[in-house]
Design a protein around this ligand. Structure first.
Ligand code: AKB
Length: 322
């Protein structure tokens, strides 16, 4: 049987790479790229696209009604930094949008993927090997909506027997679409500066350690969780998933192995307090036990691959053996 899927937030950092991955699995015509203010481009235009406002039930239902979707991937969200600039909009997109998807899933019967984040954790959470179940007191609107969203999704699973699944992603590093509005965005931006030969000003302190993951593993986590045997799942949403952790200083040192002259200065801004409230590493043993999660990419392999890909994208020559 063919699976039909809608990806909401397809023009964002993760959507831009999830859509082609799903199209490979389900067929190009069976995966609709849902976008809002940012117009689709590149690979997204190889298949169907639809404009959709997740915070409007009418807009969402109009798209859902057009196709018999089996799965909806709701990636629309204002991230941590953007959410602090406009908390009201963050609530609307992250919370009402999530509620609208769950309500329509109840009526139309599709499965849902909805990601949470390390931003659910706060300053009172244990910092190292942060357990799945621990103190959760987020300080950003993004974190609050994501933790409330985890509880809401689990409520729909229990009350209405919905199939809603999701992970808690760390910062995601990728070479295709740029991230926007996150606290971990520096770890992508920095590669563009390094490859262009420009100095970079980092908005986090050099010793700010955060958990991160390379995009191929983020995509793997979605596909692995969505294809996991339902009978084995207990948690359904908010699974801690981790790959590696690093500080800006460690990232710069690794980049300098390939670009020795790369210059960086540190000027922490409001994002420092957000980063300081998050874990430094995660315990993802529940995801490993329930659906066999394990990452493929190491920090060192990610840095090398990013430099190769960004250099190719910018048409720059770097002396790196592939
Ligand atoms: C952010 O920095 O806000 C996101 C996240 C960790 O969820 N990348």
């Amino acid at each position: 049987m063919l699976t039909r899927a809608l990806v909401i937030g397809a023009t964002g950092q993760i959507g831009y790479e999830l859509v082609p991955a799903l199209r490979k699995l389900y067929g190009v015509d069976n995966v609709v790229a849902g976008y809002h203010s940012k117009k689709p481009s590149g690979v997204l235009l190889e298949g169907p696209v639809e404009q959709v406002d997740v915070s409007s039930r009418e807009s969402l239902e109009a798209v859902i009604k057009k196709s018999d979707f089996d799965e909806v991937y709701n990636l629309a969200a204002l991230l941590s930094a953007a959410g602090e600039k406009n908390p009201q909009l963050a609530w609307k997109v992250n919370m009402i949008g999530h509620y609208n998807v769950l309500e329509l899933a109840r009526e139309y019967g599709f499965r849902v993927f909805w990601p949470s984040t390390i931003a659910v954790f706060g300053p009172t959470t244990p910092k190292y090997k942060t357990p799945q179940h621990t103190i959760i007191e987020p300080i950003t609107m993004y974190g609050i909506t994501k933790y409330a969203g985890e509880l809401l999704a689990r409520y729909y699973v229990q009350k209405y027997d919905l199939d809603v699944r999701g992970v808690r992603w760390p910062g995601i590093i990728s070479s295709e679409a740029l991230p926007g509005g996150g606290t971990t965005d520096y770890a992508v931006e920095i590669f563009y500066y390094a490859v262009e030969g420009k100095p970079y000003t980092c908005y986090l302190r050099e010793d700010t350690e955060l958990p991160m993951m390379y995009m191929p593993d983020a995509i793997k986590s979605v596909i692995q969780l969505m294809s996991a045997n339902k009978a084995r799942l207990k948690l359904y949403v908010g699974y801690n998933v981790s790959a590696f952790s690093f500080t800006p200083r460690q990232l710069v040192e690794e980049i300098r192995k390939y670009i020795p002259g790369f210059k960086v200065e540190y000027k922490p801004d409001f994002r420092q307090a957000i980063a300081d409230s998050w874990p430094k590493s995660l315990d993802d043993s529940v995801a490993r036990e329930e659906w066999g999660w394990s990452p493929d990419w190491t920090f060192e392999a990610m840095v090398k691959d990013m430099l190769v890909k960004i250099a190719r994208k910018l048409g720059k020559k770097l002396d790196i053996e592939e």
